[in-house]
Design a protein around this ligand. Structure first.
Ligand code: URP
Ligand code: ZN
Ligand code: ZN
Ligand code: ZN
Length: 468
């Protein structure tokens, strides 16, 4: 691999915007220099490859810290493999995913992690890392957590939802948090009161309320807020930092904001579906609402403004996708006549960078905040920064050349995710990925795929470096 120069673009990082050219050597960013400076002109003269970014943005590749490729759920598997899902990610300008390895009840963390390595290795188009889902917290599991941190799997997801599947009670959660406090791991929480939700599910079904929209009603916003509050207090007692995943309710955001006002190391992510979709989608007729079943659920539209505000005030720090696609035909359909049997999850790994760019166009966030939320903050949060999430000397050359003026219509007809519908079907957005580099290799070249399965490598992560 020789040298590449990206010239003429506006380089945007979380910290800065400047008209600089980027020199890439050995898969890393070697240097930046003002466009049309003598040094930049010399690079262009001698580089093996010059990529013209005139009129375009040059941004760090997206870091999607929440995906579920081939995830088993509700008797089926998420429809994207590591091969199809990472290729779709690349098309959408994401160059690193952090996927969730799953511990099955009765099995070790090792067994779960090995199984995820086996699924991913040799198949990924872009770099990948893992979090570990703890489904069975016991003395052996707790010991294993230390070893995982040493191997670069430095975050652990626990569930207050899904009794009988992934659920952990408060005692187990507290023990896992105490362990994480000692070994530098970060606990990620699915904060919904699953015990109470299951009562409401049973009552809804008994009363004949079986449509997808009832999925949203039984997973009450207050039960997200209650679990968020409880998770925060447990983390305080344990002296551990906490990262709450897929925050969707105004009342849950308020819990996070209150904790952060106290100076606690409490963090939160939301996802594009909570920012752009709502309970109205879940109420679509003819079972179409099943396409929008995920947990936490889509909320009434009023919640969106609170999420956007929290993204601006840093009460939420990260936007990830929770990409967990199930086809409408044959998968979502498993829940016809019983919403509780609809596999939970939405596709989105390809759409995140563009939807957030639309938020820039709409004036909701700044360009730098776009990069902060989608690249830099997730990289810092999960021990990937500054290797990922920025464009700076020494960083991996994971770079996107982005056309901020292109108009596209999102559709299942044209997306690359292995799923038969788009959650954003027919939506027009401004902005589109043109070219994507992963460690200096061009994987999307002016909107053709030039990557390959097996280019992507496992990235061992450091522990969380987020300030505060
Ligand atoms: O509905 C969702 N979010 N499915 C994926 C699993 C999870 O809880 O993140
Ligand atoms: Zn979850
Ligand atoms: Zn309000
Ligand atoms: Zn998830």
């Amino acid at each position: 691999m020789g040298t590449t120069v990206i010239r003429g673009g506006l380089v945007i990082t979380a910290a800065d915007e400047a008209n600089t050219d980027v020199l890439i050597e050995g898969g890393r960013v070697a240097a930046l220099a003002a466009h049309d400076s003598e040094v930049a002109r010399a690079w262009a003269g001698s580089a093996d490859r010059v990529l013209d970014a005139t009129g375009r943005y040059v941004i760090p590749g997206g870091v999607d810290a929440h995906t579920h490729m081939e995830m088993p759920f509700g008797g089926t598997f998420a429809a994207d493999t590591f091969e199809t899902g990472t290729r779709a990610a690349a098309w959408g300008g994401t160059t690193t995913i952090v996927d969730f390895a799953v511990q099955t009840v009765g099995e070790s963390l090792r067994a779960g992690l090995d199984a995820w390595h086996a699924k991913a290795e040799g198949n990924c188009a872009i770099d990948y890392a893992f979090h570990m889902i703890l489904s069975d917290v016991n003395p052996d599991t707790l010991k294993e957590m230390d070893g995982l941190v040493d191997e670069g799997v430095t975050s652990f997801k626990l569930f207050m939802a899904y009794p009988g599947v992934f659920y952990s009670d408060d005692g187990r959660i507290l023990r896992a948090m105490q362990r994480a406090a000692g070994n530098g791991g970060l606990v990620m929480m699915h904060a919904e009161n699953g015990i109470a939700i299951d009562v409401l599910v049973e009552q809804a079904l008994a009363a004949g309320r079986t449509d997808p929209r009832h999925h949203g009603e039984v997973r009450h916003a207050l039960l997200e807020a209650e679990a968020t509050h409880r998770a925060i207090q447990l983390a305080r007692v344990a002296g551990a930092p906490l990262y709450v995943v897929h925050v969707s309710a105004t009342e849950a955001v308020a819990e996070l904001a209150q904790a952060r006002d106290l100076g606690l190391p409490v963090f939160g992510e939301t996802c594009p579906q909570y920012l752009f979709l709502s309970a109205d989608d879940l109420a679509a007729p003819d079972f179409e609402g099943a396409k929008y079943v995920c947990s936490t659920p889509l909320r009434p539209r009023e919640h969106q403004a609170h999420l956007w505000r929290a993204l601006r005030t840093d009460d939420l720090q990260v936007v990830s996708t929770d990409h967990c696609p199930f086809c409408f035909k044959g998968q979502k359909e498993l829940g016809r006549g019983d919403f509780s049997k609809i596999p939970n999850g939405l596709p989105g790994v390809e759409n995140r960078m563009d939807l957030l760019h639309q938020a820039v166009v709409d004036g909701r966030i700044s360009r730098r905040r776009w990069i902060e939320l989608a690249c830099a903050a997730p990289a810092r949060m999960f021990g990937l920064y500054p290797r990922k999430g920025t464009i700076a000397p020494g960083a991996d050359a994971d770079i996107v050349i982005y056309d901020p003026a292109a108009i596209q219509v999102m559709s299942a007809e044209t997306h690359h995710m292995n799923v038969d519908y788009s959650a954003y079907e027919g939506r027009t957005v401004t902005g589109r990925v043109r070219t994507v580099l992963s460690r200096g290799e061009v994987v999307i070249d002016d909107r053709s795929y030039t990557g390959r399965a097996g280019h992507g490598r496992f990235v061992a992560r450091e522990t969380c470096r987020y300030p505060g």
